[in-house]
Design a protein around this ligand. Structure first.
Ligand code: F6P
Length: 344
């Protein structure tokens, strides 16, 4: 994304770019900027992550500041605005998921000229059908499930694979479909343990002695709740819960009711690592170049997006709503039609 942004910006418009390091932290803390030039963005197309660094706990409007032995949240957005003025920025390009883009939108309400670019593996932004990072993560999940098949089949086990995505099941749905999971459990459908057991039993009766269950980190049983590793605010500056452990919860619920041995694999940050796949490289390149159309049109407070296969623009405020899997959509309907259980 940065490569395309800088290449077009320099070549076509003669812009200069300053990279803000570690996300919004770089606007609050000193000495966290770097020049972004044609040479600094060379050869990064095939790299995962970002050369700028990032943070998901550095919201200038609620910034965690250490006071003695504890942290307090301070509104430091004025510090960030002063920093942008000192850097003589004409505009800010915010790249990230809902947290980043919500903060970006708030800055526009304080007169800052911001445009956005949607990037998250979760694909859960309502302003766009596609965020870059998602396809690469689906590829990792699909490969992981392929590999789990070996042990599942040889040992005749139930393999539970826990997948990221927060409150949205897109990664689990697509990764599960691509990997051939037998059961797909997503946050949008609280699961019934007995239905999952029935699916495993039905597989056995049909001659398949193993099962692969893809479960979102945000999935939970009917009557239960999401498995949380850290509550919002427990990690200083982090305003959202840290999910994790849904696979273990499911395995414990299944264990007394299933004959086969159960194993849990948590894919974790492997899903966010490695070289981006071709479609993510293409999307990031298109988004990076196109964000400058917004700048040229003075259309601040907007982001680039993909809707129904077309590159478009959306108001930044739209990214505030979380997008979740459409349960009446084709992917869920057709997955069900080939016998995949959603635990309901
Ligand atoms: O939002 C992207 C995401 O990867 C989620 O899928 C996941 O819940 C979260 O980030 C993990 O965050 P962290 O890297 O802080 O553990």
């Amino acid at each position: 994304m940065l490569r395309a942004l800088v290449r077009r910006g320099v070549r076509e418009f003669g812009h200069e770019f300053v990279g803000i390091q570690n996300g919004f932290e770089g606007l609050v803390q000193p000495d966290l900027t770097m020049p972004l030039t044609l040479s600094s963005v060379r050869d990064i197309l095939n790299k995962g992550g970002t050369i700028l660094g990032t943070s998901n706990r550095a919201n200038p409007f609620a910034y965690a500041v250490r006071e003695g032995d504890h942290y307090v949240e301070r509104d430091l957005h004025a510090v960030a605005i002063d920093r942008m003025k000192a850097l003589q920025l004409d505009g800010l390009v915010a790249i990230g998921g809902d947290g980043t883009l919500q903060i970006a939108h708030r800055f526009t309400q304080h007169g800052v000229r911001v445009v956005g670019c949607p990037k998250t593996i979760d694909n859960d932004l309502s302003g766009t059908d596609q965020t870059f990072g998602f396809d690469t993560a689906v590829q990792v999940i699909s490969e992981a499930i392929d590999r789990l098949h070996s042990t599942a089949e040889a040992h005749q086990r139930v393999m539970v694979v826990e997948i990221m995505g927060r409150n949205a099941g897109f990664l689990t749905l697509e990764g599960g479909l691509a990997g051939g999971a037998d059961v797909i459990l997503i946050p949008e459908v609280p699961y019934q343990v007995d239905k999952v057991v029935a699916s495993i039993d039905a597989l056995r009766r049909s001659g398949k002695k193993f099962a692969i269950i893809a479960i979102s980190e945000g999935a939970y049983p009917v009557g239960g709740e999401q498995a949380v590793l850290a509550q919002a605010g427990e990690i200083p500056g982090r305003g959202v819960v840290r999910l994790g452990g849904s696979g273990k919860v499911l395995a414990d619920l299944l264990a007394p009711k299933v004959e086969a041995e159960i194993r849990v694999t948590v894919l974790g940050h492997l899903q966010r690592g490695g070289a981006p796949c071709p479609s993510d490289r293409v999307l990031a390149t298109l988004y990076g170049a196109m964000v400058l159309d917004l700048v040229e049109r003075n259309q601040w407070d907007h982001m680039v997006c993909m809707r129904e296969g077309k590159l478009k623009f959306a108001a930044l405020g739209e990214s505030r709503k979380e997008r979740v899997v459409d349960l009446s959509g084709d992917k869920v309907r057709l997955a069900r039609s080939i016998g995949i259980s959603f635990g309901d």
